[in-house]
Design a protein around this ligand. Structure first.
Ligand SMILES: Nc1nc2c(c(=O)[nH]1)N[C@H]1C(S)=C(S)[C@@H](COP(=O)(O)O)O[C@H]1N2
Ligand SMILES: [Mo]
Length: 211
């Protein structure tokens, strides 16, 4: 039986060892990053505890068909598993993490963004926000993720549902996602208002505004 205590599950994740996490494949490590074998938790502020039954996602803004999804509706959408490297702007990277969830593309097909929608604001339970160009979210490995390493995502890591945008710095992947606003003009989210980059490509070291 998998443990019901999310904290125990975090500890279990720290024990997991993948061949991938020992990689010496330097070409997979963006400049200025080091590889960690742990799975650090990085949260600004409180950790909101949202049960799957209480979870809801609002998709709104510059779209033809705004959408509200609950846990059941989310499970009825197409699912996909990806194995990806993730990179935090504080310089740790984890190689080969496995996530399962709904491809963001499936959401886009349903809401039908207006032709002039170019950016998306992610809203999290607890108040965190982050902005991303829509183009970046159309990549195949972008998910509304609900499983990590074959288990429900632990609360500390954003469960029940978080965004996964693996090719950008990890602050661009909101944990405890509750809203997606399609926008015609770009607006800064939480860290972006505090000096971080509007795009956040780790390969270009887009860490801070002006990089
Ligand atoms: N809601 C919310 N999402 C968030 C954050 C946060 O503080 N709150 N931190 C971001 C940052 S800086 C990182 S590195 C990752 C960390 O995810 P993890 O705790 O699962 O490692 O979540 C991102 N998403
Ligand atoms: Mo981060």
């Amino acid at each position: 039986m998998p443990s019901k205590d999310p904290r125990r599950h975090v500890n279990r994740l720290k024990q997991v060892r993948f061949f991938d996490r020992f990689t010496r494949d330097r070409e997979r490590i963006p400049p200025g990053q080091f590889v960690t074998r742990k799975f650090p938790v990085l949260t600004y502020g409180e950790t909101p505890e949202i049960s799957p039954d209480a979870w809801q996602l609002e998709v709104f803004g510059a779209v033809e068909q705004p959408l509200t999804l609950d846990w059941q509706a989310l499970q009825a959408l197409p699912r996909k598993t990806v194995r990806v490297d993730i990179h935090c702007v504080t310089r740790w990277s984890i190689m080969g993490t496995e996530w399962e969830g709904v491809p963001f593309q499936a959401i886009v097909e349903r809401v039908k963004p207006h032709p002039d929608a170019r950016f998306v604001m992610q809203y999290a339970y607890g108040g965190y926000t982050t902005n991303v160009p829509l183009e970046d979210l159309l990549r195949e490995d972008v998910l509304l993720a609900y499983r990590l390493e074959g288990q429900p995502i632990p609360v500390a890591h954003g469960g029940p549902v978080r965004m996964l945008v693996p090719h950008l710095y990890f602050w661009k992947s909101a944990k405890w996602i509750k809203g997606l606003e399609f926008m015609t003009e770009n607006r800064p989210g939480f860290w972006e208002q505090n000096g971080y980059h509007m795009h956040g490509d780790p390969w270009k070291e887009e860490r801070f505004a002006g990089d």
